[in-house]
Design a protein around this ligand. Structure first.
Ligand code: SF4
Length: 344
């Protein structure tokens, strides 16, 4: 398989240029196009000789994927359905905030092996991991669509990112390296369903990335109704890994909590959640469920408000995710599921 132009280091590109008989400074020019001008299509690199552009095209994926569909909602959120080189699809979202900042929500896998029962992305299991170059190209295609760099990145799209550490971590390194895309680690959040071995590895990086853990329930019995057994870790182990992350990375962890009517939305559960968060110095982020055609329902507004009050009364820091990207394709993974259905 071809290599990815976007994930080449300066040393690798210099070596490649030399091997192909081009002077070293051509590698520098290539890197400028990629990292400063956010372009990887060789045909657009007009200060390079035609022979070099041709060679780059032959040797590298530049890019390996294309935008197959865009779905935009009234509040300014755009979702890009991306078609990969092998015909698979993933999604990324571009989420503008009121203050002019823009967040990208990126995927880490094609499908997801965790299979949370309320999620469209886990419906058909895992197809494959995304490669480092593909994760970086998602970012780049998003920048090209937006016309500038994003301010924040959250890895909360399709997949369990911490089951793909080998490809995700080098992508994080390239996104944050001063000679790479130079984003501050604090502007990047990785989300996990509570995959403890991955959380420990992530903490081992000792970088100031943010970690968000999808807890969804304060007790095992409720959690088992939401996340299947295969990749579900005990809550106590997850919370120890949360403590470990805070100590190693120096960042407060966020506990994500999708509110599902009649499942995990009682005041007693809110209090239990608040107590856990408080004890582990974690923040709670409440996410009222966005239907993906499952049997789960979103709680009423009154129930959501009551839950929030009860959790906050424990002293925990509680926020509620502002609903963005509403509309028929709003929930993560729905564009991809539709694309798969069309193909089958
Ligand atoms: S919610 Fe996240 S971890 Fe769970 S199935 Fe969906 S993509 Fe996977």
């Amino acid at each position: 398989m071809k290599e990815f132009l976007i994930s080449q280091s300066a040393e690798q590109l210099t070596q490649w240029c030399e091997n192909e008989g081009f002077p070293k400074f051509r590698a520098r020019q290539l890197l400028q196009w990629i990292r400063e001008k956010l372009l990887i299509e060789p045909e657009k690199m007009l200060n390079l000789p035609e022979t070099l552009r041709q060679k780059v095209k032959e040797h590298f994926f530049a890019p390996s994927m294309s935008v197959a569909e865009v779905a935009s909602s009234a509040d300014g959120v755009s979702k890009l359905l991306l078609e990969l080189h092998d015909g698979e699809h993933i999604e990324m979202a571009i989420i503008p905030a009121g203050d002019g900042r823009v967040t990208f929500c990126l995927s880490t896998q094609v499908g997801c092996p965790v299979g949370c029962r309320f999620c469209a992305s886990g419906k058909n299991g895992l197809k494959r991991n995304l490669l480092t170059g593909e994760i970086l190209e998602e970012f780049l295609l998003g920048c090209q669509y937006l016309g500038k760099r994003c301010d924040n990145i959250v890895f909360m799209g399709i997949g369990e990112g911490l089951l793909n550490c080998n490809e995700l971590f080098p992508a994080l390194e390239m996104l944050t390296a001063p000679e790479g895309f130079a984003l501050a680690p604090r502007r990047i959040t990785v989300s996990t369903s509570g995959y403890v071995p991955g959380m420990l590895k992530f903490a081992g990086l000792q970088k100031e990335y943010n970690l968000a853990v999808s807890l969804h329930a304060p007790d095992e019995e409720t959690r088992s109704k939401i996340i299947p057994d295969t990749l579900r870790f005990p809550i106590q182990e997850i919370l120890s890994a949360v403590d470990n992350y805070r100590e190693k990375a120096g960042r407060m962890v966020t506990l994500e909590y999708t509110l599902l009517a009649g499942i995990n939305d009682s005041d007693a559960q809110a209090e239990a959640l608040g107590r856990l968060a408080y004890a582990h110095h974690a923040k709670v982020n409440l996410i009222p469920y966005n239907s993906t055609g499952t049997t789960f329902r979103r709680p009423s507004r009154e129930r959501i408000e009551s839950f929030e009050r009860a959790a906050r009364a424990t002293g925990a820091v509680v926020t509620r995710r502002i609903e963005r990207g509403s509309g028929k394709n709003a929930a993560c993974g729905q564009l991809r599921i539709k694309a798969e259905e069309k193909l089958s």
